[in-house]
Design a protein around this ligand. Structure first.
Ligand code: ATP
Ligand code: MG
Length: 260
């Protein structure tokens, strides 16, 4: 576990403090303690079914912990009054596991949606932002298509453009690589890096893809059985002595991690 150096409190934009959550009688989050640095690409790595999506829902206040706390930009999420909670949710860009686009809307309208919902901007201003974001993700020529007319990779990029539309300080990606071939995964990773270099902010990428973690992770946290096994700067993590972290990051079959 990375200890917080004194005087470095401003480094963290999100802090999870001993977060416990039971679902259906099972402890899914079993004491998650994790600090996520500002202006950095953090990878939360963990095997399938280990609670990654549940953790994301806690970060954006779609689920609340049974005990423990989630502090985002200094505010305790479970204690926020509803108007501030809604404002917090609006300020975080989320790319859900399946893109979560509206099937009945064009790509343009999907990306425009959060701007029309949550800002007072004129249609002309909105069109400028939408076209810029679609150009950023390489979908400039496809704004009139509907999600069913896009490939899986294009849907991810459209979801990314929508997540970036509101210029969020925090962007969360839930398994951006699921369902993509290795080349498209690599391209999407590059895009995530480029967008981060351009717009900055706290990026959190949740995945079980070690190659993606290697490629773009600046800070890495390993989640297993509802707890953070270890977290730290990427170089530190890839040199970890922890047997579980070593096995997981090397993708090895031998070690403490089994199929159970
Ligand atoms: N609303 C819910 N009610 C009951 N159980 C749930 C609920 N949401 C998730 N779970 C359970 O919590 C566990 C963790 O689920 P989660 O979706 O967070 O896994 P994950 O790490 O995101 O997996 P994957 O890599 O496959 O996406 C699973 O066992 C799942 O069945
Ligand atoms: Mg998931």
């Amino acid at each position: 576990m990375t200890a917080l150096p004194p005087g470095d409190e401003n480094r963290w934009s999100i802090r999870c403090i001993d977060v416990h959550k039971r679902l259906g009688g099972v402890a899914i989050l079993d004491g998650v303690t994790l600090d996520i640095p500002d202006d950095t690409i953090t990878i939360v790595l963990g095997p399938s079914g280990t609670g990654k999506s549940v953790l994301i829902k806690h970060l954006i206040g779609l689920m609340f912990p049974d005990s423990g706390d989630i502090v985002v930009h200094g505010n305790s999420v479970p204690q926020l009054p509803l108007p501030q909670l809604l404002a917090l949710r609006r300020s975080i860009g989320v790319l859900f596991q399946d893109g979560a686009l509206f099937g009945s809307m064009s790509v343009f309208d999907n990306v425009a949606f959060p701007l029309r919902q949550h800002t007072e901007r004129s249609e002309a201003e909105i069109a400028t932002v939408v076209k810029q974001r679609l150009a950023d993700v390489g979908l400039g020529a496809f704004e009139h298509l509907h999600p069913s007319e896009l490939s899986g990779g294009m849907r991810k990029r459209a979801g990314f453009a929508r997540a970036l539309a509101i210029e969020p300080d925090i962007v969360i990606f839930d398994e951006p690589d699921s369902g993509l071939d290795p080349v498209r995964t690599a391209l999407l990773c590059e895009l995530i890096q480029e967008m981060h270099a351009t717009y900055g902010g706290t990026y959190i990428v949740v995945t079980h893809d070690i190659a993606a973690a290697r490629r773009i992770g600046e800070y890495i946290a390993v989640l297993w059985k509802g707890r953070i096994v270890e977290s730290g700067d990427a170089a530190e993590m890839f040199a970890s002595e922890n047997p579980f972290v070593r096995q997981f990051l090397s993708g090895s079959a031998s070690g403490p991690l089994g199929m159970d």
